[in-house]
Design a binder for this molecule. Structure first.
Ligand SMILES: Nc1ccn([C@@H]2O[C@H](COP(=O)(O)O)[C@@H](O)[C@H]2O)c(=O)n1
Ligand SMILES: C[C@@]1(CO)OP(=O)(O)OP(=O)(O)OC[C@H]1O
Length: 157
């Protein structure tokens, strides 16, 4: 078995939606990023890369590479899933926490779980999405951005 954890942050900028777990969530701000800024998927990818000791998302998808400008982060997750299988592992479970005052994540969590399970080729029950505010404390509390952290357990296939 292998364990991994990932963490990502993106700042709010102009826009009227954010992409979280592959879901377009309406919001008064967008997220500043080279790709679509999907913190949920970036944290999850880093947890998988970490579990495999295969570096981090920026090494697999450099922010200097124009191919990833505005990219749909779900392709990053599918790449992480392929590497996991290549290395002889399958997902045991993944647990993600989204940290922001807004938008509300709960109503979108079921669709996010479906997207992540589809990309990872696993059952819905293996994917957990949670959310919390930071009680108005810190950068997430001031509404400056969104953070996400993820943990994964990988099992030998
Ligand atoms: N962006 C968020 C933040 C929170 N939630 C849900 O609200 C619950 C209460 O949050 P607290 O930070 O006050 O503990 C939390 O457990 C989530 O269910 C959310 O959906 N989206
Ligand atoms: C995803 C990549 C892709 O260019 O860029 P960003 O969208 O800025 O996201 P980040 O979480 O900073 O990870 C680095 C890059 O791999």
């Amino acid at each position: 078995m292998r364990i991994g954890q990932g963490f990502d942050v993106h700042a709010f900028g102009d826009g009227d939606f954010v992409t979280l777990g592959g879901v377009r969530v309406p919001h008064g701000r967008g997220l500043l990023a080279h790709s679509d800024g999907d913190v949920v998927i970036h944290a999850l990818c880093d947890a998988i890369f970490g579990a495999l000791a295969l570096g981090d998302i920026g090494q697999h998808f450099p922010p200097s590479d124009p191919r990833w400008r505005g990219a749909d982060s779900r392709q990053f997750l599918r790449h992480a899933a392929a590497l996991m299988a290549q290395q002889g592992y399958r997902l045991g479970n993944a647990d993600v926490t989204v940290i922001c005052e807004a938008p509300k994540v709960g109503p979108h969590a079921p669709t996010m779980r479906q997207n992540l399970a589809a990309d990872l080729g696993c059952d819905l029950a293996q994917i957990s999405i949670k959310a919390t505010t930071t009680e108005k404390l810190g950068f997430t509390g001031r509404g400056e951005g969104i953070a996400a952290q993820a943990c994964v357990l990988l099992e030998r296939a």
